[in-house]
Design a protein around this ligand. Structure first.
Ligand code: HEM
Length: 419
């Protein structure tokens, strides 16, 4: 086998935090290779990128997730010891629980609640001088997510709860204040959702069968046991938080409409499935997940390199979404490219790749796509607005990134109910 090119940096962690999304891609270019060795969080790690790399990364025989996610990320973003950290039959059982919520009927219900929330919000925005779109969309999606999941949420609490879900996500690539804010947000959130789970189990709160609250409160693991309160709390939040996080992609969609107005016109005229092409390109083009990590489960060889059991491997998600071998002119925003995309589970991986049931690919990918389509529909067909001067800079060194202004719109006018 060939030795894996070794990166000379002592430890890439700080570099990654400082340089952000493009760092790994620059290194792959530098080494002219799809693989290099480095150190990450004090341990040896191998970075890989590209379609073939994603294919091995998503082979559950070759990789496992146990201990692969740093505790500081679990303590903010996703909660400790949840589905993301599981392997084998335990993971499979837990994944079925999440996927059972993703029926067409359930997704349609969520979309119709979201559509109503959009309409109500647009009427409210008409009365406001300035609308900070990211925050408002976070609120409206949080209302919809809680109604759909059957989690009670008082109107007076919406801003707090929605912001907290946002802060948990906002913490993942942070050190210092943004990380601490994420931790506080998680502890408030777990207190709230923990009480919901307890109340359901005590019969103090009745929830509909088939909803996320009901499913998480009454799920039994492979040993036939109920999840403990903390685990059920973490998993119910693993449904609510990422739905709220769609607000970030909606903000990116609004930026794309602003920066590439030709697409607004096409979307408005409603060519069949253009909205789908558009939201796929938003998910490819704008940075969200930078990398994913796993440990080698068993020794294997790939492209003449040896992977040793226990080694930490990082898959460069952002770099794969901007790989010129997969995407022609990767830094151009072009929804059209998705017309002839073949649907491979290993090249277009903004929410992970591979198989939903046997692997860790995002359980909420269908919801994300549909919710973005609803958003794009409302933004282009149900309202008019202006985009005043503001700081739209989106730093690639901030992970996750978001425009400085959070995207402000003004002079909102509703143009149609129900686009
Ligand atoms: C996993 C991204 C929305 C639920 C993941 C993964 C990524 C991701 C990168 C990890 C894949 C891996 O570990 O290999 C996103 C992004 C979203 C989003 C960028 C857009 C905002 C959602 C939604 C849900 C959801 C709406 C709703 C239920 C989950 C769950 C997992 C997951 C439960 C864990 C799956 C597993 O470990 O088997 N997501 N996601 N996500 N996502 Fe999402």
């Amino acid at each position: 086998t060939t030795p894996i090119p070794r990166d000379k940096d002592l430890d890439s962690t700080l570099k990654l935090l400082l340089n952000g999304y493009p760092l790994l891609q620059e290194k792959f270019r530098h080494y002219d290779s799809d693989i290099f060795r480095t150190r990450f969080l004090g341990q040896k790690a191998v970075c890989i990128h590209g379609q073939e790399a994603a294919e091995i990364f998503y082979n559950p025989e070759l990789f496992e997730r146990k201990n692969a996610i740093p505790k500081r990320i679990q303590k903010t973003l996703m909660g400790e010891n949840g589905i993301q950290t599981m392997d084998g039959p335990e993971h499979r059982r837990r994944k079925e629980l999440f996927m059972s919520l993703m029926t067409q009927e359930n997704i349609n219900n969520l979309m119709s609640i979201m559509a109503d929330e959009w309409q109500t919000s647009i009427y409210k925005w008409e009365e406001m001088d300035e609308v900070v779109l990211y925050k408002e969309v976070q609120d409206l999606i949080c209302r919809a997510a809680c109604a759909w999941a059957d989690v009670p949420l008082k109107e007076s609490k919406v801003r707090r709860r929605a912001a907290d879900f946002g802060y948990m996500v906002d913490a993942f690539g942070a050190v210092g204040p943004r990380h601490w804010r994420g931790k506080r947000a998680r502890s408030r959130g777990e207190k709230w959702i923990g009480k919901v789970i307890k109340d359901i189990r005590k019969g103090k709160l009745e929830v509909r069968e088939g909803t996320a609250a009901h499913a998480m409160a009454w799920h039994r693991d492979i040993n036939g046991e109920l999840l403990d309160i903390h685990m059920a709390t973490v998993e119910l939040m693993n449904v609510l938080r990422p739905i709220v996080a769609i607000a970030r992609y909606v903000t990116f969609a609004a930026i794309a409409l602003h920066q590439y107005p030709v697409h607004r016109q096409i979307l408005k005229e409603d060519e069949d499935n253009y909205a789908e092409l558009f939201v796929q390109e938003v998910r490819r083009f704008y940075p969200f997940t930078p990398v994913l990590g796993a440990h080698v489960r068993t020794d294997f060889e790939w492209q003449n390199y040896h992977f040793k059991k226990g080694t930490m491997v990082l898959l460069d998600v952002y770099g794969t979404l901007h790989d010129e071998r997969l995407w022609e002119r990767p830094n151009a925003f072009s929804p059209e490219r998705f017309r002839d995309w073949d649907g491979s589970p290993f090249d277009f991986i903004p929410q992970g790749g591979g198989d939903y049931m046997t692997g860790h690919r995002c359980a909420g990918e269908w919801i994300t796509i549909e919710a973005m389509k609803v958003a794009v529909n409302y933004l282009t067909k149900a309202m008019e607005y202006r985009v005043p001067n503001q700081d739209l800079d989106m730093s690639l060194s901030r992970m996750p990134t978001i425009p400085v202004s959070r995207f402000i719109i003004s002079q909102v006018r509703a143009t149609a109910d129900k686009p």
